[in-house]
Design a protein around this ligand. Structure first.
Ligand code: UD1
Length: 422
C-alpha cells in the first residue's frame, strides 16, 4: 500500500487550483438516471469515489465515459438494465445510496443495499426513507437491502425532515422532480452541492425553487431531458488547502475559490490571525509572522462550520497559541485523527463529541495512519508544519477525495512525495 512522506520545511507560496466538488459530482452523476437523454458533467474531479459511482451506474446499465483526462463525464441512462444497487459497490461508498430516489422516480422501483456502518459513525438512512415514503413510496428492509416501490408513481407532498441531511435532501429532491404534483421539502439541507444539483436538474427541465434555503419546492414534470453542467468548486478541498499557508506560513492563492463557499470557515481562520481575501481568480490566504491564535469550533450543517473541515482545523489548532475546543455535532466518532496527531506531539483530550486542543510550539514528524478521508489530509497538513519526517500510511482514503495532492502541494514549495507500496 502506498504512503505519503512529508518533510516540514517552512512557508508555502504560490497557487493551487481547486477541483470540482466530489460531493456535488457524486449527486450529479445519479441524476443521469432520471432521464433517457445524455447528461454531461464538466469540471469533474479525478477521484476514486467518482470511479466507484461510475461502476455503480454501469452496473445499472448506464453508459458512462470519462473524457478529457477525467474532467468530463458523459453519461446516458437510455438503456438501463437493472434497478438494484449491489452491496459490493454500496459498502465502498455511502453516496451510492443516491441512486435510490432517481431509480424510484423513473421506474417506480429500486433495490438499494444499506451502506452499513462506516468509520465515522452509524450513518443510517431513515431520513431518506421517511421522505420517499411521504411521496408515496412503499419501502421495506429485507436481507440488508431497501426494497422500494411506487407502482402508481410518486406523488408530491409536504414533508419536513427531522434533521437537514444532505443525502436525504438530494434523494428526495431528485425523486420529486418526476412525482405528480408539488412537493414542499421543509428543513432541507442548504449545502452548495444541493444548489448545484438543483441548477443541473433545472437545466434538465425540472421545476424547482428555494434551493439554498431550508424550504425547497418542486413541481413534478412528466420527463427530464439531457443537459451539460459544470460541477461547482470543491469547498472542502478549498478549505483544506487554505489551511496549508495557515499552518506553514506563507501566501497561497486558491484558484477558483469563492468566499461564499467557505464563509464560516474563513471567519474562523481570520479570528486565528490568518488573512483571507478575494482575488480576481480565487482566494488569497496568508499568514505572515508568529503562531496562530486558538479558536473554538462547532460543526454544523451549512452555512455553519463544515464537519468535513474539522480534522484539518484541528491540525492547525495543534500549534496555535492557547486552548481551543472543537465540538463535533454532525457525526459521532469523528476524532480518529486525534490520537494520530498526539503521536506527532499534539496535546489533545477527547471527551465524547468534544476535543480540547492545547497548542504546542511545534509538532514532531512521526509515522501515522490515515483513518478516513479528511483525517488523512489533516495528518499531511500537520506533517507540513512538523519538525522532521511524517509518513502517512493507508493513503487510499486520500485518493477518494483529493486529486493530485502531491503535485498541488509541491507546487507551492512543500516537501512531499508518494512512496509506492509493495
Ligand atoms: C454528506 C457528505 C459528507 C458530509 C456530510 C455532512 C456527500 C457524498 N457526503 O454526507 O462528506 O460529511 O454530508 O456535511 O455529499 N443521518 C441520519 N439518517 C439519515 C441520514 C443521515 O441519522 O437518513 C445522520 C448521519 O448519521 C449523520 C448526519 O445525519 O450523523 C449527517 O448526515 P448527512 O447530512 O446525510 O450526510 P451525508 O449525505 O451522508
Amino acid at each position: 500500500m502506498d504512503s505519503i512522506l512529508v518533510t516540514g520545511n517552512g512557508p508555502l507560496n504560490g497557487q493551487i487550483p481547486i477541483a470540482g466538488a466530489k460531493n456535488a459530482c457524486l449527486t450529479l452523476m445519479p441524476a443521469t438516471l432520471l432521464s433517457d437523454e445524455p447528461l454531461t458533467l464538466t469540471n469533474a474531479p479525478r477521484l476514486s469515489d467518482i470511479k466507484t459511482m461510475t461502476a455503480l451506474l454501469q452496473s445499472l446499465g448506464a453508459e458512462v465515459s470519462s473524457l478529457q483526462d477525467g474532467q468530463v463525464i458523459a453519461m446516458s441512462s437510455h438503456d438501463l438494465t437493472s434497478q438494484t444497487a449491489d452491496y459490493d459497490i454500496v459498502r465502498k461508498m455511502r453516496a451510492s445510496n443516491l441512486v435510490l430516489g432517481p431509480l424510484l422516480a423513473r421506474f417506480g422501483q429500486a433495490v438499494v443495499s444499506l451502506p452499513g456502518g462506516c468509520a465515522i459513525g452509524a450513518r443510517p438512512m431513515d431520513l431518506h426513507v421517511e421522505g420517499l415514503e411521504a411521496l408515496g413510496a412503499e419501502i421495506e428492509l429485507k436481507d440488508g437491502y431497501l426494497h422500494a416501490k411506487a407502482p402508481g408513481g410518486l406523488k408530491g407532498a409536504v414533508h419536513e425532515m427531522r434533521f437537514a441531511s444532505v443525502g436525504a435532501t438530494e434523494n428526495i429532491v431528485m425523486a420529486a422532480t418526476l412525482a405528480k404534483g408539488t412537493t414542499v421539502l421543509k428543513n432541507a439541507a442548504r449545502e452548495p452541492e444541493i444548489v448545484d444539483l438543483v441548477e443541473c436538474l433545472r437545466k434538465m427541465g425540472a421545476q424547482i425553487s428555494g434551493e439554498g434555503s431550508s424550504t425547497i419546492e418542486i413541481q413534478g414534470v412528466d420527463r427530464l431531458h439531457g443537459a451539460t453542467h459544470q460541477v461547482v468548486t470543491d469547498r472542502i478541498e478549498l478549505g483544506t488547502y487554505m489551511l496549508a499557508p495557515a499552518i506553514c506560513g506563507g501566501e497561497v492563492e486558491l484558484l477558483g475559490g469563492r468566499m461564499s463557499l467557505v464563509a464560516s470557515f474563513a471567519e474562523k481562520l481570520e479570528a486565528a490571525g490568518v488573512s483571507v481575501t478575494e482575488t480576481a481568480n480565487g482566494l488569497m490566504v496568508a499568514r505572515k509572522n508568529g503562531r496562530v491564535r486558538s479558536v473554538d469550533v462547532v460543526t454544523e450543517p451549512f452555512p455553519g462550520f463544515p464537519t468535513d473541515l474539522q480534522a484539518q482545523m484541528m491540525a492547525l489548532m495543534c500549534t496555535a497559541e492557547g486552548v481551543s475546543v472543537l465540538e463535533e455535532r454532525i457525526f459521532e466518532n469523528r476524532f480518529m485523527h486525534a490520537p494520530e496527531l498526539v503521536r506527532m506531539g499534539a496535546n489533545i483530550e477527547v471527551h465524547g463529541g468534544t476535543a480540547t486542543v492545547t497548542g504546542v510550539e511545534r509538532l514532531k514528524g512521526a509515522p501515522v495512519m490515515a483513518t478516513d478521508l479528511r483525517a488523512s489530509v489533516s495528518l499531511i497538513l500537520a506533517g507540513l508544519a512538523a519538525e522532521g519526517e511524517t509518513t502517512v500510511s493507508r493513503v487510499y482514503h486520500l485518493d477518494r477525495g483529493y486529486e493530485h495532492v502531491v503535485r498541488k502541494l509541491e507546487g507551492v514549495g512543500a516537501k512531499i512525495e508518494r512512496i509506492k507500496g509493495q
